[in-house]
Design a protein around this ligand. Structure first.
Ligand code: S3P
Length: 429
């Protein structure tokens, strides 16, 4: 299954429900584990990343019962976690390692966090620095920059912190540490990153306030369990939205998609490129906006320039946006997206090198790229760089190529979307 063939197709049709949201699934397990008593998480994402979070909390002593349809989490309270017997393996998951670092900073025991080769090359100073300022003792590999991280948690003090980059993982890590600090912790972002923590933590009883780009939290309280229903993941739906825009005879319904505005920047960009995407049946589920989407027929997409404050709201969608840009009329330019260099892979160089194999003309910048659109893509043998979103983006590109495209390293999709290739095959046959 590590080598998957994708056939170019004139047809892409169906009615689908994307997998549950990854960011919300992580948070539902973390917050429920820290609450006092029994919480239920329904529609939890079954994928490698969220499994890493579940296993981490089990190793911290939390009883998580997997009933198939739902998880029952018997939360131990903020101070009920126990010292793990072994190193905690966060796998490929940046969200797991960075958010748990905040929790462990306030937990009075020793723990070590590590992960796979990709995670061990991702920057951790961005959480180590603020957590150390709050009083945690953290050391890490290569002058405190990369995992493994060794944490000795204890008493934390509140602080005011200005983040150098927009990052929901850093923001959430500091907010979680703030639960353990006596007083008010304040964190300011340069641009708004996803706000699932700010939406969900108050439902668990946290004293949290948002004022523009500033979030504050008061420590010293306790969390009480609430039941969470996880909506579908917009980032996973994105592959099907773009597929429908680049395949001639397409008609796709995508149901139950989380439409949190801090996540849906791709829709705004695609619309400005000329795409027609219908959003209907809007409702609210567990404090998040949810809708059904409908798209049909290949669009005459036009190139756009992207940069500035919109970037965080489509940070995970740049690889698939590059596929749309490769089939748009004109040169699309993406700037201010240097964070892409430190994701599961260096997504700027990964997507550039793989799309070039399909005949696309691309220029790389330190903080983005420019992509010259063309009428068609050439089928090629491409690889995922071990990155789930690169694997899925290249598979979608293969749908618009006349012939067979081979995706190597395809099993990377299991990080967020097991079953992705079966679904693609079903819709294009
Ligand atoms: C995530 C935040 C984002 C995103 C990642 C998931 C989260 O990273 O890229 O896939 O769940 O908080 P940032 O920390 O850079 O915002």
């Amino acid at each position: 299954m590590d080598r998957v063939e994708i056939k170019g197709t004139p047809v892409f049709k169906g009615d689908i429900v994307p997998p549950p949201d990854k960011s919300i699934s992580h948070r539902a397990v973390i917050f429920s584990s820290l609450a006092e008593g029994r919480g239920v998480v329904s529609n939890f994402l079954r994928a490698k990343d969220t499994e890493s979070t579940m296993n981490a909390f089990r190793s911290l002593g939390v009883d998580i019962v997997d009933e198939g349809e739902r998880l029952i989490i018997n939360g131990r309270g903020l101070y009920g976690l126990r010292e793990p017997h072994d190193v905690i393996d966060c796998g490929n998951s940046g969200t797991t390692i960075r958010l748990i670092s905040g929790v462990l900073s306030g937990s009075p025991f020793f723990s070590v966090l590590t992960g796979d080769e990709s995670l061990r090359s991702r920057p951790m100073a961005r959480v180590i620095k603020p957590l150390t300022m709050m009083g945690a003792a953290i050391s890490a590999r290569d002058e405190n920059r990369y995992p493994p991280l060794a944490i000795k948690g204890g008493m934390l003090r509140p602080m005011t912190y200005e983040m150098p980059m927009a990052s929901a993982q850093v923001k959430s890590s500091v907010l979680l540490a703030g639960l353990y600090a006596g007083g008010k912790t304040v964190i300011k972002e340069p641009a708004r990153s996803r706000d699932h923590t700010e939406r969900m933590l108050p439902a668990f009883g946290a004293d949290l306030a948002v004022d523009g780009l500033t979030v504050s939290i008061k420590g010293g309280g306790r969390l009480t369990p609430v039941d969470v229903i996880v909506p579908g993941d917009f980032s996973s739906a994105a592959f099907f939205i773009v597929a429908s825009l680049i395949v001639a005879q397409s008609e796709i319904y995508i149901r139950n998609v989380c439409m949190n505005p801090t996540r849906t920047g791709l829709l705004d960009v695609l619309r400005s490129m000329g795409a027609k995407i219908v959003v209907e049946n809007s409702r609210e589920v567990s404090g998040e906006p949810v809708s059904d989407l409908y798209c049909s027929g290949r669009c005459d997409l036009k190139a756009v320039d992207i940069g500035g404050d919109i970037v965080p709201s489509l940070i995970d969608e740049f690889p698939i946006l590059c596929v749309a840009a490769a089939l748009a009329d004109g040169v699309t330019t993406i700037r201010g997206a240097e964070e892409l260099r430190v994701k599961e892979s260096d997504r700027i160089s990964a997507i550039a090198s793989e799309l070039r194999k399909m005949g696309v003309v691309i220029e790389e910048f330190p903080d983005g790229l420019s992509i010259k659109g063309s009428e068609a893509l050439i089928p090629a043998e491409v690889r995922s760089h071990g990155d789930h979103r690169i694997a899925m983006s290249m598979a979608v590109a293969g749908l618009a190529a006349d012939g067979v495209t081979v995706v190597n390293g395809a099993s990377a999709v299991d990080i967020s979307f097991p079953g992705f290739f079966d679904l693609i095959r079903e819709l294009s046959s």
